[in-house]
Design a protein around this ligand. Structure first.
Ligand code: AMP
Ligand code: MG
Length: 499
């Protein structure tokens, strides 16, 4: 078989075809020495690609941008965005290119894009490049989120380019090949709204409806139905972040995808001790994107989306405002409902009872008061259900400095369990399916990135990735991956944007 057909992508590029004027056709930069760091073979196969053929120098050439595969139409997407509350009318893909779309083996349309593939017309002062550390970070975090069952863009491949990039310490340059349900952001709508381009907005909204919300086309008011669907997806997404202890870190409107996937892993991190004020990002001085603020920020971002949709929703602007406001005002309740449902699952409760919210909040308050690790505390509860006298249950108790507060809460929780009778083993098993053992612990992530960047040693990265890809199963020999860093090293832990 000729080489070309081995790595054939069956592209079907609806964005390039239907949305002329929404992007700049552009070519990736040539780089000196592409090398494959990691190919996500399972994902490649899911995309209908030949993983074997792609895990090769030829695949490295493609994902580094040196060779554009047949059928790709590389383009930089235009978008705007509110960054930390301030509006930038022109952002766009400054270092990313959409190569094209494929239909995966499940029939879903997926974008394949490169991140770090060189300057574009949207680069402003930037170099268009990505450093190896942030590329591996996005790979790890995204795949961990996927394994946790949280909607997310995925990492298809990470390659190094053979050049150093102009960052602190001149780290190796890299490119991430990213897969997404689409890369359309709240900021994409804002770009055209800011220019008063109503026809373009309508074209974009119609495209999103066709791609993500085909049933909205049949609604009495399709654009309002679209907005409703996007709000619902965000309510569910942020619920999942909150239940997992995930902090996105840079919830600008250009980093919120209409598909409802988590996108743009920059300074994101998982919380260790439960504290709603947790912030890791070095640039989030005000705590705007703190853990506990995420639902409110999601709503704020959705309000910005709503503003762009007003002319499509109703010709009369007052009526349009009334219609979108009604939808937006449902967001806090929708979020709260999803969150409470999720908390019930985490606590092993099968039915819905009046006091469940107070019960859940009581546990969180105890965790916060005693700075107990969020992930381990929930996982440990399952041990109290099916092995109350065992070593794991003891280990959970040992995490609390004041066990009397814990015992008071446990008594309430145990009484509540009586309201939906279920064998202990079954309850504990259900809890273990939603309370992970492993999350990407900050010190583990840093350790994996440092080994790769400083020593070219990918073993810690591979090991961590393997552990994180099965987060709900206690894996022999991996207990240390479940542990938070010693408190001293976590003090003042800071993450940095992937620029
Ligand atoms: P981010 O913080 O990664 O979501 O990026 C925000 C904006 O800055 C987007 O428009 C990016 O394309 C752009 N950007 C980030 N890093 C670079 C870079 N190194 N070169 C050019 N543009 C960049
Ligand atoms: Mg971004």
């Amino acid at each position: 078989m000729p080489l070309e057909t081995d790595v054939a992508f069956r592209f079907d590029n609806s964005y390039a075809r239907e949305l002329t004027g929404f992007y700049a056709p552009w070519q990736p930069a040539q780089v000196p020495q592409p090398a494959m760091v990691k190919l996500n073979r399972a994902l490649a196969t899911e995309l209908g690609l030949d993983a074997e053929a792609l895990d090769s120098p030829e695949g490295a050439d493609i994902f580094a941008g040196n060779r554009v595969p047949d059928g790709a139409q590389p383009l930089a997407q235009a978008y705007a965005g509110h960054q930390f509350g301030g509006f930038s009318p022109q952002l766009g893909d400054g270092r990313a290119l959409l190569l094209g779309e494929v239909i995966d083996v499940h029939g879903r349309r997926r974008d394949i894009a490169l991140k770090g593939s060189g300057r574009t017309p949207f680069s402003r002062g930037g170099d268009g490049k990505a450093a190896l550390g942030p590329v591996l970070r996005e790979y790890l975090m995204g795949e961990a989120m996927h394994a946790l069952g949280i909607p997310t863009t995925r990492a298809l491949a990470a390659v190094t380019t053979g050049e150093k990039v102009r960052r602190d310490g001149a780290p190796p340059g890299a490119v991430l090949a990213r897969v997404a349900a689409s890369h359309i952001r709240v900021g994409t709508f804002q770009f055209f709204a800011a220019q008063g381009e109503e026809l373009q907005l309508k074209k974009l909204a119609d495209y999103v409806i066709a791609r993500h919300d085909p049933e909205a086309a049949h609604a009495a008011n399709p654009y309002l139905a679209l907005f409703q669907a996007v709000c619902e997806r965000q309510a569910q997404l942020v619920t999942q972040w909150m239940l997992a202890g995930f902090i996105h870190g840079v919830m600008n409107t250009d980093n919120m995808a209409l598909s409802g996937e988590t996108i743009d892993y920059g300074p994101c991190a998982f919380m260790d001790p439960y504290d709603p004020a947790t912030v890791f990002s070095s640039i989030d001085h005000q705590g705007r994107y703190a853990y506990g603020n995420q639902p409110a920020i999601a709503r704020w971002n959705l309000a910005r989306l709503a503003e762009t949709l007003l002319p499509l929703v109703h010709a009369d602007s007052d009526q349009a405002v009334a219609l979108v406001t009604e939808v937006l005002d449902l967001f806090p309740d929708r979020y709260q409902q999803h969150w409470l449902d999720g908390m019930r699952r985490k606590l092993g409760l099968a039915s819905a009872q009046q006091d469940d919210l107070v019960l859940a909040q009581g546990f969180l308050a105890t965790l916060q008061d005693q700075a107990v690790d969020y992930t381990q505390a929930f996982r440990g509860l399952a041990d109290l259900v099916d092995a109350p006298g065992g070593p794991e249950a003891d280990a959970l108790r040992a995490r609390f400095s004041d066990t009397s507060a814990l015992d008071t809460w446990l008594a309430r929780w145990q009484a509540r369990q009586g309201q939906d009778a279920m064998p202990a083993a079954q309850r504990a098993q259900a809890m273990r399916q939603v309370n992970p053992v492993y999350i990407p612990r900050n010190h583990r992530v840093e350790e994996a990135l440092a080994a790769a960047v400083e020593r070219g040693d990918y073993a810690p990265f591979e090991r961590l990735l393997a552990v994180l890809s099965r987060p709900f199963y206690a894996q022999a020999g991996s207990a240390a991956y479940a542990e938070p860093a010693p408190a001293a090293t976590q003090q003042g832990y800071r993450t940095f944007c992937g620029t």
